[in-house]
Design a protein around this ligand. Structure first.
Ligand code: ZN
Length: 391
């Protein structure tokens, strides 16, 4: 059983890589997935020696991107202002070597509100023609260039294990958790899928090239959402309303064309990203739920050689759900795909020793290849120190 853990750059910098990494090694950790490009957030950091409530910066990187890989890129990576005078990834890699820990680069790609604000022509365009405030369309040549530059830059300049891509395809859902985000209507999973689909000119043109009429799909999507809003008046008990399976619902509602379009684009992107990684001496992994990434377009039928592994988000309070989830993903992905089961160390998940052991056992009972804990900075120090007692 290989154990790894997600680490945020501020965890490593505030406490010192020379303190964090030996502690992790003595708890049996063999790899860390360090966020090297990350979005904003407001976090409680229970054992951070320098801060307790932290507001992370939006869309910045925590490594040195000043290399040739971005010379032809319209989107230039923004370095963290809070941690501007250091290269946290380099520090991690250099220190981790002494403890035989592999550092993977956990990389948030197209979820970037600063880019979406400053380059509105690159943002995802919804069915109403409005630019998204957080997410860039993965089809645009400038965004593709940015992601492949990120990959090449990380792979070439740092001795990392692999690059874990997050938000490198279409957005997976509509609701986002933005500041004061409020929707006064019922958002079904199908509506979420449609409302997060990009209908920009590049997507329409690309879809046409694949024999898909995305303009027509957009008209049907607008009608579907309108009808759904109108029909919510007929719901007598909101608690009893249950969404059917998304794919079935999409197919029954005549949106196979959008599924095919997103799948086809995501497959193209996966090959492109994987190629860029291989050329720079590394590989990629993907974060997913057992249902796949819903609106992102990534299906779970990964072609051989494209990804090193899949990081399964198996964050459940009900521990048998972890067993079920790992078994489900095992059946869905090709045999050659390595599965890392993600176990959440924060409350209310695996936050105490009993729940921790049970959660890990649940994942291993269905033959997860390794475990990745989420995450160092948000979990209590007590539970981090329990990792060494896992049997
Ligand atoms: Zn688009």
């Amino acid at each position: 059983m290989r154990l790894g853990i997600y680490v945020h750059p501020w965890d490593l910098s505030d406490e010192g890589a020379q303190n964090v990494l030996p502690k992790l090694a003595s708890n049996g950790i063999e790899f860390i997935n360090l966020a090297v490009s990350y979005h904003s957030g407001r976090f409680f950091l229970p054992h951070n020696p320098r801060r307790k409530i932290y507001n992370a910066e939006e869309g910045v990187v925590y490594f040195d991107p000043s290399n040739m890989h971005f010379s032809n890129s319209r989107l230039q990576p923004m370095k963290s202002k809070y941690y501007s005078n250091m290269d946290i990834l380099k520090e991690a890699v250099d220190t981790a070597r002494d403890y035989s820990i592999t550092v993977n680069a956990w990389t948030v790609c197209l979820h970037n509100a600063v880019f979406a604000r400053d380059h509105r022509d690159l943002a995802v365009e919804n069915m109403y023609g409005e630019a998204d405030a957080n997410f860039l369309c993965p089809v645009k040549s400038d965004t593709r260039k940015y992601v492949t530059s990120l990959i090449s830059s990380l792979g070439t300049a740092y001795d990392i294990g692999e690059i874990e891509l997050e938000s490198a395809f279409f957005p997976s859902s509509f609701l986002h958790g933005s500041h004061h985000e409020v929707m006064g209507i019922r958002i079904t999973s199908l509506m979420s899928y449609l409302l997060s689909t990009c209908f920009c000119q590049d997507c329409i043109a690309n879809a046409r090239g694949k024999g898909i009429d995305l303009k027509d799909a957009r008209e049907r999507a607008i009608k579907h959402v309108h009808d759904a809003i109108m029909s919510q008046a007929g719901i007598t008990n909101p608690d009893a309303v249950n969404d059917s399976d998304l794919t079935t619902h999409l197919t029954e509602s005549g949106f196979e064309d959008i599924i095919s379009y997103k799948k086809s684009i995501s497959r193209d992107l996966l090959l492109e990203y994987s190629d860029a990684a291989n050329q720079s001496g590394t590989g990629i992994s993907i974060v997913s739920t057992s249902k796949g990434l819903l609106g992102s377009g990534v299906d779970l039928d990964f072609p051989s050689g494209t990804i090193n592994g899949l990081d399964l988000i198996a964050y459940f309070q009900n521990i048998p759900d972890i067993t079920f989830d790992v078994a489900t993903i095992r059946k869905k992905v090709p045999d050659h795909t390595s599965i890392r089961a993600g176990i959440n160390l924060t409350y209310p998940y695996a936050y105490n020793p009993t729940r921790l052991q049970q959660s890990v056992n649940a994942a291993l009972s269905e033959h997860a290849d390794s475990i990745i804990f989420y995450n160092y900075g948000w979990a209590t120090e007590n539970i981090i120190n329990e990792l060494k007692n896992l049997r």
